[in-house]
Ligand binder design. Structure first.
Ligand SMILES: NC(=O)c1ccc[n+]([C@@H]2O[C@H](COP(=O)([O-])OP(=O)(O)OC[C@H]3O[C@@H](n4cnc5c(N)ncnc54)[C@H](O)[C@@H]3O)[C@@H](O)[C@H]2O)c1
Length: 438
Protein backbone atom coordinates (compact mmCIF):
# COMPACT_ATOMS: atom_id res chain seq x y z
CA UNK A 1 0.00 0.00 0.00
CA UNK A 2 1.20 3.53 -0.69
CA UNK A 3 2.64 5.74 2.04
CA UNK A 4 0.54 6.89 4.93
CA UNK A 5 -1.36 10.09 4.12
CA UNK A 6 -0.86 13.44 5.79
CA UNK A 7 -4.23 14.20 7.40
CA UNK A 8 -5.35 17.78 7.86
CA UNK A 9 -7.06 18.38 11.20
CA UNK A 10 -10.85 18.90 11.05
CA UNK A 11 -10.86 22.51 12.17
CA UNK A 12 -14.03 24.57 11.80
CA UNK A 13 -17.41 23.44 10.52
CA UNK A 14 -18.42 20.83 7.96
CA UNK A 15 -21.44 21.40 5.72
CA UNK A 16 -23.46 18.30 4.77
CA UNK A 17 -25.39 18.95 1.57
CA UNK A 18 -28.23 16.56 0.81
CA UNK A 19 -29.98 16.52 -2.55
CA UNK A 20 -33.38 15.10 -1.53
CA UNK A 21 -34.77 16.08 1.88
CA UNK A 22 -37.18 13.17 2.28
CA UNK A 23 -37.44 10.34 4.82
CA UNK A 24 -33.75 9.38 5.03
CA UNK A 25 -32.34 12.92 5.02
CA UNK A 26 -34.77 14.30 7.61
CA UNK A 27 -34.28 11.25 9.86
CA UNK A 28 -30.55 11.92 9.65
CA UNK A 29 -30.86 15.66 10.35
CA UNK A 30 -33.31 15.14 13.24
CA UNK A 31 -31.04 12.41 14.63
CA UNK A 32 -27.97 14.64 14.56
CA UNK A 33 -29.95 17.35 16.39
CA UNK A 34 -31.27 14.84 18.96
CA UNK A 35 -27.80 13.42 19.62
CA UNK A 36 -26.36 16.92 19.96
CA UNK A 37 -29.00 17.79 22.52
CA UNK A 38 -28.38 14.58 24.43
CA UNK A 39 -31.88 13.25 23.67
CA UNK A 40 -30.82 10.02 21.97
CA UNK A 41 -27.81 7.92 21.00
CA UNK A 42 -26.35 7.50 17.49
CA UNK A 43 -27.01 3.76 17.33
CA UNK A 44 -25.83 2.07 14.14
CA UNK A 45 -23.05 4.57 13.48
CA UNK A 46 -19.56 3.10 13.35
CA UNK A 47 -17.92 6.52 13.61
CA UNK A 48 -19.85 7.38 16.79
CA UNK A 49 -20.13 4.05 18.60
CA UNK A 50 -17.57 1.72 17.01
CA UNK A 51 -14.23 0.69 18.44
CA UNK A 52 -11.12 -0.41 16.60
CA UNK A 53 -8.62 -2.99 17.81
CA UNK A 54 -4.99 -1.94 17.50
CA UNK A 55 -1.85 -4.07 17.81
CA UNK A 56 -1.84 -7.56 19.32
CA UNK A 57 -4.79 -8.94 21.26
CA UNK A 58 -2.60 -9.04 24.37
CA UNK A 59 -2.17 -5.26 24.21
CA UNK A 60 -5.90 -4.67 24.89
CA UNK A 61 -5.94 -1.50 22.83
CA UNK A 62 -9.37 -0.80 21.33
CA UNK A 63 -10.10 2.94 21.22
CA UNK A 64 -13.31 4.46 19.91
CA UNK A 65 -13.05 5.07 16.16
CA UNK A 66 -13.80 8.76 16.72
CA UNK A 67 -10.91 9.06 19.20
CA UNK A 68 -8.56 7.21 16.86
CA UNK A 69 -9.04 9.14 13.59
CA UNK A 70 -9.49 12.91 13.41
CA UNK A 71 -13.18 13.21 12.55
CA UNK A 72 -15.35 16.31 12.53
CA UNK A 73 -17.37 16.45 15.76
CA UNK A 74 -21.12 16.02 15.42
CA UNK A 75 -21.51 19.52 16.94
CA UNK A 76 -19.65 21.00 13.98
CA UNK A 77 -22.04 19.70 11.28
CA UNK A 78 -24.33 22.07 9.38
CA UNK A 79 -26.97 20.43 7.17
CA UNK A 80 -28.61 21.80 4.06
CA UNK A 81 -30.02 20.54 0.79
CA UNK A 82 -32.37 20.68 -2.13
CA UNK A 83 -35.84 19.26 -2.73
CA UNK A 84 -38.60 19.57 -5.30
CA UNK A 85 -41.02 20.21 -2.42
CA UNK A 86 -40.61 23.55 -0.62
CA UNK A 87 -41.52 22.40 2.92
CA UNK A 88 -38.85 22.84 5.61
CA UNK A 89 -37.37 19.74 7.21
CA UNK A 90 -39.72 19.79 10.19
CA UNK A 91 -42.68 19.54 7.83
CA UNK A 92 -40.92 17.00 5.60
CA UNK A 93 -40.01 14.84 8.63
CA UNK A 94 -43.62 15.04 9.85
CA UNK A 95 -44.86 13.96 6.41
CA UNK A 96 -42.32 11.13 6.25
CA UNK A 97 -43.73 9.76 9.52
CA UNK A 98 -40.55 7.96 10.56
CA UNK A 99 -39.90 9.68 13.89
CA UNK A 100 -42.40 10.21 16.69
CA UNK A 101 -44.00 13.69 16.83
CA UNK A 102 -42.76 14.05 20.44
CA UNK A 103 -39.13 13.73 19.33
CA UNK A 104 -39.65 16.01 16.33
CA UNK A 105 -41.07 18.71 18.62
CA UNK A 106 -37.88 18.66 20.69
CA UNK A 107 -35.70 19.33 17.63
CA UNK A 108 -38.25 21.42 15.76
CA UNK A 109 -36.09 24.55 15.69
CA UNK A 110 -33.13 22.70 14.11
CA UNK A 111 -35.39 21.12 11.50
CA UNK A 112 -37.26 24.32 10.64
CA UNK A 113 -33.90 25.99 9.99
CA UNK A 114 -33.26 23.65 7.05
CA UNK A 115 -35.28 24.88 4.07
CA UNK A 116 -34.74 23.20 0.73
CA UNK A 117 -33.02 25.08 -2.06
CA UNK A 118 -34.69 24.78 -5.47
CA UNK A 119 -33.92 21.40 -7.04
CA UNK A 120 -32.60 20.35 -10.40
CA UNK A 121 -35.37 17.98 -11.34
CA UNK A 122 -36.78 16.33 -14.44
CA UNK A 123 -39.81 14.07 -14.36
CA UNK A 124 -38.39 11.97 -17.17
CA UNK A 125 -36.01 10.46 -14.61
CA UNK A 126 -38.45 10.08 -11.66
CA UNK A 127 -41.89 9.65 -13.18
CA UNK A 128 -43.93 9.25 -10.03
CA UNK A 129 -42.90 12.61 -8.58
CA UNK A 130 -43.62 16.24 -9.30
CA UNK A 131 -43.14 19.39 -7.24
CA UNK A 132 -42.88 23.15 -7.64
CA UNK A 133 -39.50 23.95 -6.03
CA UNK A 134 -37.30 23.52 -9.10
CA UNK A 135 -34.68 25.49 -11.03
CA UNK A 136 -35.09 26.76 -14.57
CA UNK A 137 -32.21 26.98 -17.01
CA UNK A 138 -31.45 27.08 -20.71
CA UNK A 139 -29.52 23.84 -20.54
CA UNK A 140 -28.09 21.34 -18.06
CA UNK A 141 -24.80 23.25 -17.82
CA UNK A 142 -26.67 26.32 -16.64
CA UNK A 143 -28.41 24.21 -14.00
CA UNK A 144 -25.04 22.87 -12.84
CA UNK A 145 -23.76 26.44 -12.55
CA UNK A 146 -26.78 27.38 -10.43
CA UNK A 147 -26.00 24.46 -8.11
CA UNK A 148 -22.37 25.59 -7.83
CA UNK A 149 -23.63 29.02 -6.84
CA UNK A 150 -25.91 27.42 -4.19
CA UNK A 151 -22.90 25.53 -2.83
CA UNK A 152 -20.80 28.71 -2.65
CA UNK A 153 -23.56 30.68 -0.96
CA UNK A 154 -24.24 27.88 1.53
CA UNK A 155 -20.54 27.76 2.34
CA UNK A 156 -20.19 31.48 2.99
CA UNK A 157 -23.58 31.95 4.68
CA UNK A 158 -22.77 29.27 7.26
CA UNK A 159 -19.06 30.07 7.54
CA UNK A 160 -18.06 26.53 6.61
CA UNK A 161 -14.55 25.22 6.24
CA UNK A 162 -15.46 22.14 4.22
CA UNK A 163 -18.44 20.45 2.57
CA UNK A 164 -19.60 16.98 1.56
CA UNK A 165 -22.60 15.96 -0.52
CA UNK A 166 -24.63 12.77 0.08
CA UNK A 167 -27.38 11.98 -2.44
CA UNK A 168 -30.62 11.19 -0.58
CA UNK A 169 -32.90 11.95 -3.54
CA UNK A 170 -35.29 9.53 -5.19
CA UNK A 171 -34.13 6.63 -7.31
CA UNK A 172 -33.94 7.63 -10.96
CA UNK A 173 -34.74 5.43 -13.94
CA UNK A 174 -32.20 2.84 -15.01
CA UNK A 175 -29.52 4.22 -17.32
CA UNK A 176 -26.75 2.30 -19.08
CA UNK A 177 -23.41 4.09 -19.54
CA UNK A 178 -23.34 5.60 -23.04
CA UNK A 179 -21.06 7.76 -25.25
CA UNK A 180 -21.86 10.98 -23.38
CA UNK A 181 -20.51 9.44 -20.15
CA UNK A 182 -17.19 8.31 -21.56
CA UNK A 183 -15.07 11.45 -21.17
CA UNK A 184 -15.26 14.77 -19.41
CA UNK A 185 -15.30 16.51 -22.75
CA UNK A 186 -18.30 14.55 -24.06
CA UNK A 187 -20.05 15.00 -20.71
CA UNK A 188 -19.61 18.78 -20.72
CA UNK A 189 -20.80 18.96 -24.33
CA UNK A 190 -23.78 16.85 -23.24
CA UNK A 191 -24.53 19.31 -20.42
CA UNK A 192 -24.60 22.18 -22.90
CA UNK A 193 -26.69 20.22 -25.41
CA UNK A 194 -29.16 18.77 -22.89
CA UNK A 195 -28.18 15.18 -23.62
CA UNK A 196 -30.90 12.84 -22.26
CA UNK A 197 -28.15 10.51 -20.93
CA UNK A 198 -27.40 13.09 -18.21
CA UNK A 199 -29.75 12.63 -15.27
CA UNK A 200 -30.31 15.30 -12.56
CA UNK A 201 -28.20 13.33 -10.05
CA UNK A 202 -25.25 13.63 -12.46
CA UNK A 203 -25.71 17.40 -12.60
CA UNK A 204 -25.48 17.56 -8.78
CA UNK A 205 -22.41 15.32 -8.82
CA UNK A 206 -20.73 17.44 -11.49
CA UNK A 207 -21.46 20.62 -9.50
CA UNK A 208 -20.10 19.01 -6.32
CA UNK A 209 -16.89 17.79 -7.95
CA UNK A 210 -16.27 21.11 -9.71
CA UNK A 211 -16.66 22.75 -6.28
CA UNK A 212 -14.22 20.14 -4.87
CA UNK A 213 -16.91 18.69 -2.64
CA UNK A 214 -16.83 14.88 -2.03
CA UNK A 215 -19.91 13.07 -3.39
CA UNK A 216 -21.47 9.90 -1.94
CA UNK A 217 -24.38 8.29 -3.76
CA UNK A 218 -27.11 6.78 -1.58
CA UNK A 219 -29.28 5.61 -4.47
CA UNK A 220 -28.61 3.00 -7.16
CA UNK A 221 -28.44 5.70 -9.87
CA UNK A 222 -25.39 5.55 -12.13
CA UNK A 223 -24.42 9.17 -11.26
CA UNK A 224 -20.65 9.27 -10.53
CA UNK A 225 -20.08 5.69 -11.67
CA UNK A 226 -19.15 6.84 -15.18
CA UNK A 227 -15.69 7.46 -16.68
CA UNK A 228 -16.30 11.22 -17.14
CA UNK A 229 -17.04 11.94 -13.48
CA UNK A 230 -14.49 9.44 -12.16
CA UNK A 231 -11.87 11.28 -14.21
CA UNK A 232 -13.04 14.64 -12.89
CA UNK A 233 -12.84 13.31 -9.30
CA UNK A 234 -9.25 12.15 -9.84
CA UNK A 235 -8.22 15.30 -11.64
CA UNK A 236 -9.57 17.64 -8.94
CA UNK A 237 -8.57 15.34 -6.05
CA UNK A 238 -12.10 14.74 -4.78
CA UNK A 239 -13.31 11.46 -3.20
CA UNK A 240 -16.46 9.76 -4.54
CA UNK A 241 -18.37 6.69 -3.28
CA UNK A 242 -21.55 4.75 -3.98
CA UNK A 243 -23.95 3.24 -4.76
CA UNK A 244 -27.18 2.62 -2.81
CA UNK A 245 -27.16 2.60 0.99
CA UNK A 246 -26.96 -0.95 2.29
CA UNK A 247 -29.98 -1.32 4.60
CA UNK A 248 -32.86 -3.74 5.16
CA UNK A 249 -33.04 -6.92 3.17
CA UNK A 250 -29.72 -6.54 1.39
CA UNK A 251 -27.96 -5.92 4.68
CA UNK A 252 -29.40 -9.20 5.97
CA UNK A 253 -28.42 -10.95 2.74
CA UNK A 254 -24.80 -9.86 3.01
CA UNK A 255 -24.75 -10.99 6.65
CA UNK A 256 -26.28 -14.43 5.97
CA UNK A 257 -24.75 -15.38 2.61
CA UNK A 258 -21.10 -15.22 3.80
CA UNK A 259 -22.04 -17.69 6.58
CA UNK A 260 -23.58 -20.17 4.13
CA UNK A 261 -20.55 -19.80 1.85
CA UNK A 262 -18.10 -20.24 4.73
CA UNK A 263 -19.76 -23.53 5.74
CA UNK A 264 -20.09 -24.67 2.10
CA UNK A 265 -23.84 -25.07 2.28
CA UNK A 266 -25.41 -25.09 -1.17
CA UNK A 267 -28.12 -22.75 -2.41
CA UNK A 268 -30.94 -23.47 -4.84
CA UNK A 269 -32.80 -20.20 -4.56
CA UNK A 270 -33.35 -16.99 -2.65
CA UNK A 271 -36.73 -15.32 -2.95
CA UNK A 272 -36.99 -11.85 -1.41
CA UNK A 273 -40.13 -9.77 -1.28
CA UNK A 274 -40.96 -6.51 0.48
CA UNK A 275 -43.88 -4.27 1.22
CA UNK A 276 -43.29 -0.61 1.89
CA UNK A 277 -45.48 2.43 1.78
CA UNK A 278 -43.27 5.52 1.83
CA UNK A 279 -42.50 7.86 -1.05
CA UNK A 280 -39.45 5.77 -1.95
CA UNK A 281 -41.84 2.82 -2.37
CA UNK A 282 -44.11 4.92 -4.57
CA UNK A 283 -41.19 5.99 -6.80
CA UNK A 284 -40.04 2.37 -7.05
CA UNK A 285 -43.52 1.42 -8.22
CA UNK A 286 -42.40 2.73 -11.62
CA UNK A 287 -40.77 -0.24 -13.42
CA UNK A 288 -37.86 1.87 -14.73
CA UNK A 289 -36.93 3.16 -11.26
CA UNK A 290 -37.38 -0.35 -9.87
CA UNK A 291 -35.00 -1.67 -12.52
CA UNK A 292 -32.18 0.49 -11.03
CA UNK A 293 -32.94 -0.96 -7.60
CA UNK A 294 -33.32 -4.52 -8.86
CA UNK A 295 -29.94 -4.51 -10.59
CA UNK A 296 -28.36 -3.17 -7.41
CA UNK A 297 -30.06 -5.75 -5.17
CA UNK A 298 -29.45 -8.76 -7.40
CA UNK A 299 -25.72 -8.29 -7.74
CA UNK A 300 -24.77 -9.14 -4.16
CA UNK A 301 -25.12 -12.94 -4.05
CA UNK A 302 -22.88 -13.77 -6.96
CA UNK A 303 -19.75 -12.10 -5.63
CA UNK A 304 -20.27 -13.51 -2.14
CA UNK A 305 -20.96 -17.08 -3.25
CA UNK A 306 -18.50 -17.23 -6.19
CA UNK A 307 -20.39 -19.82 -8.28
CA UNK A 308 -17.43 -20.15 -10.65
CA UNK A 309 -15.42 -21.70 -7.83
CA UNK A 310 -18.28 -23.91 -6.63
CA UNK A 311 -20.66 -24.60 -9.51
CA UNK A 312 -22.01 -27.66 -7.68
CA UNK A 313 -23.14 -25.47 -4.73
CA UNK A 314 -23.99 -22.11 -6.29
CA UNK A 315 -24.06 -22.66 -10.07
CA UNK A 316 -27.83 -22.69 -10.50
CA UNK A 317 -29.55 -20.23 -8.17
CA UNK A 318 -32.95 -18.62 -8.64
CA UNK A 319 -32.57 -15.18 -7.10
CA UNK A 320 -35.73 -13.07 -7.17
CA UNK A 321 -36.29 -9.63 -5.60
CA UNK A 322 -39.67 -7.92 -5.42
CA UNK A 323 -40.74 -4.58 -3.92
CA UNK A 324 -44.43 -3.88 -3.55
CA UNK A 325 -45.77 -0.43 -2.80
CA UNK A 326 -48.27 -0.78 0.04
CA UNK A 327 -49.19 2.62 1.56
CA UNK A 328 -50.52 1.48 4.99
CA UNK A 329 -47.00 0.49 6.08
CA UNK A 330 -45.36 3.89 5.52
CA UNK A 331 -41.64 3.74 6.22
CA UNK A 332 -41.98 0.54 8.27
CA UNK A 333 -41.07 -1.96 5.64
CA UNK A 334 -41.65 -5.67 6.01
CA UNK A 335 -39.43 -8.08 4.12
CA UNK A 336 -39.68 -11.83 3.70
CA UNK A 337 -36.88 -14.05 2.49
CA UNK A 338 -37.27 -17.68 1.60
CA UNK A 339 -33.88 -19.33 1.25
CA UNK A 340 -33.65 -22.86 -0.18
CA UNK A 341 -30.37 -24.39 0.87
CA UNK A 342 -28.92 -27.91 0.78
CA UNK A 343 -26.38 -29.70 2.93
CA UNK A 344 -24.62 -33.05 3.44
CA UNK A 345 -25.48 -35.50 0.64
CA UNK A 346 -27.65 -32.85 -0.99
CA UNK A 347 -30.45 -32.86 1.60
CA UNK A 348 -32.64 -29.74 1.27
CA UNK A 349 -33.41 -27.27 4.05
CA UNK A 350 -35.13 -23.89 4.25
CA UNK A 351 -34.49 -20.63 6.06
CA UNK A 352 -37.23 -17.99 6.45
CA UNK A 353 -36.43 -14.45 7.44
CA UNK A 354 -39.15 -11.99 8.31
CA UNK A 355 -37.56 -8.59 8.87
CA UNK A 356 -39.83 -5.84 10.18
CA UNK A 357 -37.41 -3.04 9.61
CA UNK A 358 -37.42 0.72 9.51
CA UNK A 359 -35.64 1.78 6.39
CA UNK A 360 -34.71 5.31 7.32
CA UNK A 361 -33.63 4.28 10.83
CA UNK A 362 -31.11 1.95 9.19
CA UNK A 363 -30.05 4.51 6.57
CA UNK A 364 -29.56 7.61 8.77
CA UNK A 365 -26.36 6.41 10.54
CA UNK A 366 -24.93 5.53 7.12
CA UNK A 367 -25.45 9.13 5.99
CA UNK A 368 -23.63 10.34 9.12
CA UNK A 369 -20.70 7.94 8.72
CA UNK A 370 -20.35 8.69 5.02
CA UNK A 371 -20.36 12.43 5.60
CA UNK A 372 -17.63 12.13 8.23
CA UNK A 373 -15.50 9.55 6.43
CA UNK A 374 -15.71 11.24 3.03
CA UNK A 375 -14.53 14.43 4.72
CA UNK A 376 -11.71 12.46 6.37
CA UNK A 377 -10.76 11.07 2.94
CA UNK A 378 -10.71 14.57 1.46
CA UNK A 379 -8.53 15.91 4.27
CA UNK A 380 -6.19 12.95 3.63
CA UNK A 381 -6.07 13.70 -0.12
CA UNK A 382 -7.56 10.29 -0.92
CA UNK A 383 -9.38 10.90 -4.17
CA UNK A 384 -11.41 9.04 -6.77
CA UNK A 385 -13.45 5.97 -5.80
CA UNK A 386 -13.28 5.15 -2.06
CA UNK A 387 -13.65 1.38 -2.15
CA UNK A 388 -12.93 1.08 1.56
CA UNK A 389 -16.42 2.54 2.12
CA UNK A 390 -18.08 -0.46 0.35
CA UNK A 391 -19.33 -1.42 3.85
CA UNK A 392 -22.12 1.15 3.42
CA UNK A 393 -23.33 0.26 -0.08
CA UNK A 394 -25.47 -2.35 -1.79
CA UNK A 395 -23.64 -1.94 -5.04
CA UNK A 396 -20.13 -0.68 -4.24
CA UNK A 397 -18.19 1.28 -6.81
CA UNK A 398 -14.80 -0.22 -7.60
CA UNK A 399 -11.77 0.57 -9.69
CA UNK A 400 -12.48 -0.36 -13.34
CA UNK A 401 -12.19 -4.09 -14.00
CA UNK A 402 -12.43 -5.17 -10.35
CA UNK A 403 -15.43 -6.96 -8.91
CA UNK A 404 -17.08 -5.32 -5.88
CA UNK A 405 -16.74 -6.82 -2.41
CA UNK A 406 -20.18 -7.52 -0.90
CA UNK A 407 -19.35 -9.63 2.16
CA UNK A 408 -20.13 -7.32 5.11
CA UNK A 409 -17.33 -8.78 7.22
CA UNK A 410 -14.67 -8.40 4.54
CA UNK A 411 -15.97 -4.87 3.97
CA UNK A 412 -15.65 -4.12 7.67
CA UNK A 413 -12.06 -5.43 7.76
CA UNK A 414 -11.22 -3.33 4.70
CA UNK A 415 -12.67 -0.21 6.30
CA UNK A 416 -10.91 -0.68 9.63
CA UNK A 417 -7.60 -1.64 8.02
CA UNK A 418 -7.79 1.53 5.93
CA UNK A 419 -8.23 3.56 9.12
CA UNK A 420 -5.27 1.72 10.71
CA UNK A 421 -3.16 2.40 7.63
CA UNK A 422 -4.13 6.07 7.64
CA UNK A 423 -2.98 6.40 11.23
CA UNK A 424 0.25 4.41 10.77
CA UNK A 425 -0.93 1.38 12.78
CA UNK A 426 -0.27 -2.22 11.82
CA UNK A 427 -3.06 -3.86 9.78
CA UNK A 428 -4.84 -6.74 11.43
CA UNK A 429 -4.77 -10.01 9.50
CA UNK A 430 -6.25 -12.29 12.20
CA UNK A 431 -3.34 -14.65 11.62
CA UNK A 432 -2.79 -16.88 14.70
CA UNK A 433 0.61 -15.51 15.70
CA UNK A 434 0.67 -17.59 18.87
CA UNK A 435 1.75 -20.56 16.74
CA UNK A 436 5.02 -19.05 15.72
CA UNK A 437 5.72 -16.17 18.11
CA UNK A 438 7.07 -16.33 21.59
N1 LIG B 1 -34.17 4.18 3.30
C1 LIG B 1 -33.34 3.26 2.95
O1 LIG B 1 -33.12 2.31 3.65
C2 LIG B 1 -32.61 3.38 1.65
C3 LIG B 1 -31.68 2.39 1.35
C4 LIG B 1 -30.98 2.48 0.17
C5 LIG B 1 -31.19 3.54 -0.67
N2 LIG B 1 -32.13 4.47 -0.37
C6 LIG B 1 -32.35 5.53 -1.33
O2 LIG B 1 -32.22 6.77 -0.70
C7 LIG B 1 -33.05 7.68 -1.40
C8 LIG B 1 -33.92 8.43 -0.40
O3 LIG B 1 -34.83 7.54 0.20
P1 LIG B 1 -36.06 8.11 1.05
O4 LIG B 1 -36.70 6.96 1.71
O5 LIG B 1 -35.61 9.27 1.85
O6 LIG B 1 -36.99 8.62 -0.12
P2 LIG B 1 -38.03 9.87 -0.09
O7 LIG B 1 -38.90 9.69 -1.27
O8 LIG B 1 -38.64 10.02 1.24
O9 LIG B 1 -37.06 11.13 -0.30
C9 LIG B 1 -36.46 11.44 -1.50
C10 LIG B 1 -36.60 12.93 -1.68
O10 LIG B 1 -35.85 13.30 -2.83
C11 LIG B 1 -36.55 14.35 -3.47
N3 LIG B 1 -36.01 14.42 -4.82
C12 LIG B 1 -36.20 13.59 -5.87
N4 LIG B 1 -35.50 14.00 -6.94
C13 LIG B 1 -34.80 15.09 -6.55
C14 LIG B 1 -33.90 15.95 -7.18
N5 LIG B 1 -33.55 15.76 -8.45
N6 LIG B 1 -33.38 16.98 -6.48
C15 LIG B 1 -33.73 17.19 -5.18
N7 LIG B 1 -34.61 16.40 -4.53
C16 LIG B 1 -35.13 15.38 -5.20
C17 LIG B 1 -38.00 13.95 -3.35
O11 LIG B 1 -38.86 15.04 -3.51
C18 LIG B 1 -38.04 13.39 -1.93
O12 LIG B 1 -38.39 14.37 -0.97
C19 LIG B 1 -33.85 6.89 -2.43
O13 LIG B 1 -33.19 6.96 -3.68
C20 LIG B 1 -33.74 5.50 -1.90
O14 LIG B 1 -33.86 4.52 -2.90
C21 LIG B 1 -32.84 4.42 0.79
Amino acid sequence: MSTQPQIQQPSGRLGVLLPGLGAVATTFIAGVAAVRRGLARPIGSLTQMGTIRLGKRTESRAPQVRDFVPLTAIDDLVCGGWDVFPEDCYQAATNAGVLEPALLEQVREDLEAVRPMAAVFDRNYVRKLDGPNTKKGKNKMELAEQLMQDIDEFRSRNKLDRLVMVWCGSTEIYLEPSAVHQSLESFETGLRENDPGIAPSMIYAYAALKSRVPYANGAPNLTVDIPALRALARELHVPVAGKDFKTGQTLMKTILAPGLRARLLGLNGWYSTNILGNRDGEVLDDPDSFKSKEVSKLSVLETILQPEQHPELYGDIDHVVRINYYPPRGDNKEGWDNIDIFGWLGYPMQIKVNFLCRDSILAAPIVLDLALLMDLAKRSDMHGVQEWLSFYFKSPMTAPGLYPEHNLFVQQTKLKNTLRWMMGEEQITHLGREYYEE
